[in-house]
Design a protein around this ligand. Structure first.
Ligand SMILES: [Zn+2]
Length: 124
């Protein structure tokens, strides 16, 4: 089934495979892409396992990443994001590489930064 942006869930799932954190990232949940900087924001893996869902215990997998994939497929939002982050994403693959790239100093990941950027502009 396609949504308004013309994306299918299986396209997203194929794209998702590129989302792999490198050594330049620390403490990020690879399921939901939320940094584990405090237990309130995201429980540590050990704690999440007890009450959480599935083997990884992450309750909010596939929330942040699909949103960024949707931003990529939304022409206007993509353009705005490219301007804001001074980046160019000619393909979804290059967008995925950018998401997994070295984050800016004091930041945790580009993935979370684009989410936060979106929550800022979405309320305007
Ligand atoms: Zn998680």
């Amino acid at each position: 089934m396609e949504d308004k942006l013309g994306i299918t869930w299986s396209e997203y799932k194929d794209w998702r495979k590129q989302l792999k954190y490198g050594k330049h990232h620390s403490k990020i949940c690879y399921m939901c892409h939320v940094p584990q900087i405090s237990d309130d924001l995201h429980p540590t893996f050990a704690k999440a396992k007890k009450g959480g869902r599935g083997a990884t215990g992450c309750e909010y997998a596939d929330v942040v990443a699909p949103l960024t994939f949707a931003i990529y497929h939304h022409q206007e939002l993509k353009k705005k994001a490219e301007q804001y982050f001074e980046a160019r994403w000619p393909t979804s693959m290059e967008f995925a590489y950018w998401l997994m790239d070295v984050p800016k100093k004091t930041r945790h990941s580009n993935m979370i930064d684009i989410l936060l950027w979106y929550t800022e502009i979405a309320t305007l």
